[in-house]
Write a protein that binds this ligand. Structure first.
Ligand code: NDP
Length: 330
C-alpha cells in the first residue's frame, strides 16, 4: 500500500479559505530525492503570495516552503542524508504543508542535535534570508561594524532574526514596525532604534537618527507603501534591497530616480538564487546554525497551529497581528 499524507492544497488562487485539507499518495523517492516526515512546518509571508497567485505556480498546489523532520527514505545518488537523520530545509517549489513529502535532497540539510524541530522549521527560510541579505547583499565596500542599516517590519519573523544578527555583526539597525509594542520587541531583539511607521514619518526619523546622512542599506520587504521613502533614507551610493511585497508589489520604477537620489544601487533578490546549489545551501545553513547554536540568534516562535488550522495562521499573518515566527504542527 502506498504511503498517504494529509496536505493543505489550493485548487484555485484566493483567500485563506482556498486551502483545503486533502489526502495524497506519497511515492518512493526517485534519484536525488528524499522522503521526509515533518515534525514542524514554517509559515511564511511568501506562502500568502503563493496562495493569492501574486507568485503563480501550477495548480493544484500544496503550499509551504519550509520544514523540519526525519528522513524516511533516500533515492539513488543521495549521499549526504540517510534514513533517521534529523533534517530541515527551505525550498521551492512549494509543498511543505503536509505530514510526509518527497522532495529534492539538494535543498535538505542535517539539523544539528541542539536545535529542535520547531526551531528548525521556523528558521530555515527566514534565517537563510537574513543570512544572504546581511552577508551577501551589501552596499559597495561591504557593511562594517558601526554602519547604519534600515530594516522594515523589524518585529516580524524575518525582522526579529535580522535585529539579532545585525547586533551580532556590530551593525546599527534601525527597525520600523507597526505600533509601540512591536517597536519594543524589535529593540529587545537588538535594534538600536525603532520607528513606528504607522504614526511617525520614518524618512524624517532616519535622517534625524543618522545626523542627516542616511543609512548605508535599506532592507525593504513592505514594497508598495515604503519603496519611495526607503530610497530617501539612503546615503549616496547606498543599497536598496527590495525583497518583498507585504503591502503590494512595487510599481514600475524610473531608474533616473536612482541618479537623482545619489547614485543609488537597487536590487530585487530572492533566497532561491542563493540556494541554487547544495554547496551554497550548506554553507549558508552552517552560518545560520552557528549563530543559533551560540545563542546570538534566538528563533522567536510565537504561534503554533495544527496543520488543519493553516487558514487561521494565514489570516493572522496577513492582518499584521503576529510577531516573530509561526509554525504548523502536523
Ligand atoms: P512578517 O512576520 O514580517 O509579516 C509581514 C509584516 O509586514 C507584518 O507583520 C507587518 O508588520 C508588515 N506589513 C506592512 N504592511 C503590511 C500589509 N499591508 N499587510 C500585511 N503586513 C504588512 O513575515 P515574514 O517574516 O514571513 O516575511 C517578511 C517579508 O520578507 C515578506 O514580505 C516576505 O515576502 C519577505 N521574504 C523575502 C524573501 C526573499 O528572498 N526575497 C525570502 C523570505 C521572506 P508591521 O505591523 O510591523 O508593519
Amino acid at each position: 500500500m502506498p504511503a498517504m499524507t494529509r496536505a493543505l492544497q489550493i485548487r484555485q488562487f484566493g483567500g485563506p479559505e482556498a486551502m483545503q485539507l486533502v489526502e495524497l499518495e506519497v511515492g518512493e523517492p526517485g534519484p536525488g530525492e528524499v522522503c521526509i516526515r515533518h515534525h514542524a512546518v514554517g509559515v511564511n509571508f511568501i506562502d500568502i503570495y503563493q496562495r493569492t497567485g501574486l507568485y503563480a505556480n501550477p495548480l493544484p498546489l500544496t503550499l509551504g516552503m519550509e520544514g523540519a523532520g526525519v528522513v524516511e527514505a533516500v533515492g539513488a545518488g543521495v549521499t549526504h542524508l540517510q534514513p533517521g537523520d534529523r533534517v530541515a530545509y527551505a525550498s521551492q517549489p512549494p509543498g511543505s504543508y503536509c505530514e510526509l513529502r518527497v522532495m529534492p535532497a539538494r535543498s535538505v540539510v542535517v539539523l544539528p542535535d541542539g536545535i529542535d524541530f520547531e526551531t528548525g522549521a521556523a528558521m530555515m527560510l527566514k534565517g537563510l534570508t537574513v543570512q544572504y541579505l546581511l552577508r551577501r547583499t551589501q552596499p559597495q565596500g561591504g557593511l562594517q561594524p558601526g554602519d547604519f542599516v534600515l530594516w522594515h517590519a523589524a518585529a516580524g519573523g524575518v525582522g526579529l532574526i535580522a535585529c539579532q544578527w545585525a547586533r551580532a555583526l556590530g551593525l546599527r539597525l534601525i527597525g520600523t514596525a507597526g505600533g509601540a509594542e512591536k517597536c519594543g520587541l524589535a529593540l529587545a531583539h537588538g535594534a538600536e532604534f525603532a520607528i513606528d511607521y504607522r504614526s511617525e514619518d520614518f524618512v524624517a526619523r532616519v535622517r534625524e537618527i543618522t545626523g542627516g546622512r542616511g543609512v548605508r542599506a535599506v532592507y525593504d520587504s513592505i514594497g508598495q507603501d515604503t519603496f519611495e521613502g526607503s530610497l530617501d533614507c539612503l546615503e549616496p551610493f547606498g543599497l536598496m534591497a527590495s525583497f518583498g511585497n507585504a503591502s503590494g508589489p512595487v510599481p514600475p520604477v524610473n531608474l533616473g530616480v536612482l541618479a537623482a537620489k545619489g547614485s543609488l544601487h537597487l536590487t530585487r533578490p530572492t533566497l532561491f538564487t542563493h540556494l541554487a546549489t547544495r554547496e551554497s545551501t550548506q554553507a549558508m545553513a552552517d552560518d545560520l546554525f552557528a549563530r543559533v547554536s551560540s545563542g546570538e540568534v534566538r528563533i522567536p516562535v510565537s504561534r503554533r497551529y495544527a496543520l488543519a488550522d493553516a487558514a487561521q495562521a494565514h489570516a493572522d499573518l496577513a492582518s499584521r497581528v503576529t510577531t516573530g515566527c509561526l509554525v504548523l504542527l502536523p
